[in-house]
Write a protein that binds this ligand. Structure first.
Ligand code: FHN
Length: 445
């Protein structure tokens, strides 16, 4: 009888999914509209918070890679207190950094849910001294700061008894439709619970272990968009996502995806690891951020709270240092679009949304005037962003009979330079127009 009941519940569940599938496809709001805020936001803060902070070890991977036994990894549950957790303070710091959105891990690959899930029992309410839902107050605090909120969710769950994979050397089963169906019901159950927080963004992870059909990725997308047609989904849903998510390494060539976000740690660890002192400097992070802006992408910077909920002082300092620069240069960050090809300016550039302002990001001390080549536009005026100083400039080498533009030189006095990255704005007459032809021999003067 028990088997018949579980079979019936799975059939009902599949019918439920089907309803979402058909409805959502009809209603899907175009990506350009849904991701408009994301494209303008430029900076997000990622938060990896979980029991792995207790020992300061790799999140989930430490038991998956057999660095520690699963039993010993799970003993960290007893040390996860969240006793100093202050989501309002977190949200204020995130806002101060200049981020416009933030994404928190609701459940990593270890299967420990940070909210009061009714699916399974492995969560911070039931199994840790924190004894509370950590997601609901976070979402509320972020909304209070008028920031967008995203929820990270690991599709794979190495703790769930009916999930096939367990560690790199041990799996629970190879093929078992009934056990997989139970896992799918659990996954959808938790996803359905996450929709009650009504996030602006879902950040999936761990999709690499199964194909889209097995995850029911199409149905997951349908469910999430049916609940909130404006929500957006990252790339890690086996082809059913909205934007690309390069990780840790700055893209060397501009990503082909129109919408993309580089996620990156401040040191080398996603979670809190006190032994990892290999922090990037604020200057290095600003230059990485400017690199992403110049290619039309976002930067999602990760912070790693301690088990009690405090954010490591090094990470607070970095976010505050970043905030100094973003506050001063906000006009050259939010709402900008990818810059011009490097042949025209030996550095990072971006354009205003209407393409009439060209921003130059100068991350080194200039050895003389800056040079921009192949700019067809006349210059209206040039100023230092965040400082307002108007800069003198001159165009040389323009032959009246030639279509090749002259070379634009801009003086940047030492006293107007920013200690990290100086930003110069060039207001053009009309939308940016670049000379991209081959310069030929001269036939007539
Ligand atoms: O395996 C995870 C890893 O632990 C971390 O969460 C990163 C963050 O983007 N995502 C996966 C690795 O790509």
């Amino acid at each position: 009888m028990k088997h018949v009941n579980s079979l019936i519940s799975i059939i009902i569940f599949c019918l439920f999914l089907n309803v979402f599938n058909t409805n959502a496809q009809q209603k899907e709001i175009p990506k350009e509209e849904r991701l408009a805020w994301f494209k303008d936001a430029k900076l997000g803060i990622f938060i990896h918070w979980g029991i792995y902070a207790v020992n300061g070890i790799d999140e989930s991977w430490s038991f998956y890679n057999n660095y520690i036994s699963y039993t010993d990894y799970m003993k960290q549950l007893n040390g996860f207190t969240a006793k100093n957790y202050n989501p309002n303070e977190w949200a204020k710091l995130i806002k101060e950094s200049g981020a416009k959105y933030t994404i928190i891990t609701t459940k990593h690959h270890d299967g420990v849910a940070l909210w009061d899930s009714k699916f399974g029992t492995l969560n911070t309410v039931k199994k840790t001294p924190a004894k509370k839902d950590l997601i609901k107050p976070f979402v509320k605090a972020v909304r209070k700061q008028n920031l967008k909120v995203g929820l990270y969710y690991s599709l794979l769950d190495w703790s769930y008894p009916n999930y096939p994979n367990f560690t790199r050397t041990e799996s629970r089963y190879k093929k078992d439709e009934k056990r997989w169906a139970d896992f799918t019901k659990y996954n959808f159950g938790q996803l359905n619970e996450l929709t009650t927080f009504n996030p602006d963004l879902y950040w999936f992870d761990g999709d690499w272990e199964q194909p889209a059909e097995k995850w029911k990725a199409k149905e997951i997308r349908a469910l999430l968009l049916a609940k909130n047609p404006n929500t957006i989904i990252n790339s890690r849903l086996q082809g059913y996502g909205d934007y690309a998510t390069p990780e840790q390494g700055i893209p060397i060539t501009k990503p082909t995806s129109k919408f993309w976000e580089l996620c990156m740690t401040l040191n080398n660890s996603w979670g809190y690891q006190p032994n990892d002192k290999n922090y990037k400097t604020v200057n290095q992070i600003i230059r990485i951020f400017v690199d992403c802006i110049s290619m039309g992408g976002n930067l999602l910077l990760d912070i790693a709270p301690k088990p009690d909920g405090t954010i490591p002082s090094e990470q607070v300092a970095i976010l505050k240092g970043l905030g100094r620069w973003t506050k001063k240069h906000k006009e050259a960050i939010y709402g900008t679009r990818a810059g011009i090809p490097k042949e025209h300016f030996n550095g990072y550039t971006a354009l205003s949304k209407d393409k009439t302002i060209l921003y130059l990001y100068v991350d080194n001390k200039p050895n003389g005037p800056l040079l921009i080549k192949g700019l067809k536009n006349k210059v209206n005026r040039i100023w230092v962003v965040g400082n307002g100083t108007k800069l003198s400039h001159k165009v040389i080498g323009k032959q009246y009979w030639s279509s090749v533009p002259g070379m634009l030189y801009i003086d940047v006095p030492e006293k107007v330079q920013d200690k990290d990255v100086t930003v110069i704005a060039i207001l053009l007459k009309g939308k940016v127009a670049l000379f991209r032809e081959e310069v030929k021999a001269i036939e007539s003067n």
